[in-house]
Design a protein around this ligand. Structure first.
Ligand code: MN
Length: 308
């Protein structure tokens, strides 16, 4: 197993400049050598090509959704790349970029693991549909689309099928959900641990419950981590910061738990925005989190795959 770094320099899903610079910021801070120093084979597959468009072209393919064609095109490429990586026994580490990339990576991973589980760690629901989106920003829609809810072109991205069953989704750290998302959530089988529930039940219990739950029903786990799940006081360098979130230590504990579960096969790390950051503070925290994850990574599932 090698760790495959896949950069997704995408910011059109967020309609804000800066998240596109995330992947190269990780490279600047030596993500490659940091992981190699832990004994991993690491291969940087470069950045996914994102079509260049002007601000005037924002609604050239849809009057409501912003940069619709650009987001779909890049995510289709990302899905191919992620599938290529995971199907050859490697670990796709997708560095964002805004969270619209979750559609592409989950599409790719779920071609290999058709009964995949998704852990979505995020201040936001990312569960808007065409009807419920208040902004037209596609980074607020990828989880819904992956579960088969939303416009056809997003739902059927890469392949014509639902990518993850809603009962196989665990959402953690939500605290800024739109009315439409709350309604969708209530009518779905998604397991949502909002920050209120995290504070009420305690992080340890949530970790235990969600891993036990997923272990019983899925073949593998894809983790999609949005840095805005962490309290905005600690992470200035992100596009849609929200207060009252996880501490850095809690985020690390959560991520390490999934990493050591033996079930995790792929990871998105998204919404680092170097332009909004304060002297690389958020970027350095992100690096620290990634190092922690791979220091705790249990390759059990990868070894099983290699043995057939
Ligand atoms: Mn998100």
């Amino acid at each position: 197993m090698a760790i495959h770094i896949i950069g997704m320099p995408m910011n059109h899903g967020a309609d804000k400049n800066g998240a596109n610079l995330g992947p190269d910021k990780f490279r600047e801070l030596d993500i490659m050598d940091s992981l190699r120093d832990m004994g991993y084979e690491v291969c940087d597959l470069g950045n996914i090509e994102v079509t260049e468009v002007t601000d005037e072209q924002i609604h050239r393919c849809d009057s409501k959704l912003k940069y619709y064609d650009v987001v779909i095109d890049a995510n289709t490429k990302l899905a191919f790349k992620t599938y290529e990586s995971i199907s050859s026994g490697n670990f796709p580490l997708v560095l964002g970029g805004d969270h619209s990339l979750g559609m592409g990576s989950i599409a790719g991973v779920s071609k290999q693991f058709t009964n995949v589980g998704v852990v979505w760690i995020d201040a936001h629901g990312d569960m808007n549909t065409y009807e419920t989106t208040l902004t037209g920003n596609i980074h607020g829609m990828p989880l819904a689309a992956s579960m088969g809810k939303g416009p056809d072109k997003l739902v059927n991205l890469f392949e014509h099928r639902i990518k993850v069953k809603e009962e196989n989704v665990v959402h953690i750290a939500g605290r800024d959900l739109d009315p439409g998302e709350i309604e969708l959530l209530h009518n779905s089988k998604v397991n949502a641990y909002t920050m209120d529930r995290v504070r009420k039940l305690g992080l340890d219990r949530i970790i235990e419950e969600s891993i036990d739950y997923l272990r019983d029903r899925v073949d593998a786990i894809h983790v999609s981590f949005d840095i805005d799940s962490i309290d905005s006081n600690y992470v200035p360098g992100t596009g849609t910061p929200v207060r009252d979130g996880l501490t850095v230590e809690e985020a690390q504990k959560l991520l390490n738990a999934f990493a050591s579960s033996g079930m995790m096969v792929s990871l998105d790390f998204v919404e680092l925005n170097p332009l909004l950051d304060n002297e690389d503070e958020t970027a350095k925290i992100s690096m620290q989190l990634l190092k922690g994850i791979f220091a705790n990574y249990n390759t059990h599932i990868n070894n099983q795959l290699l043995l057939g």
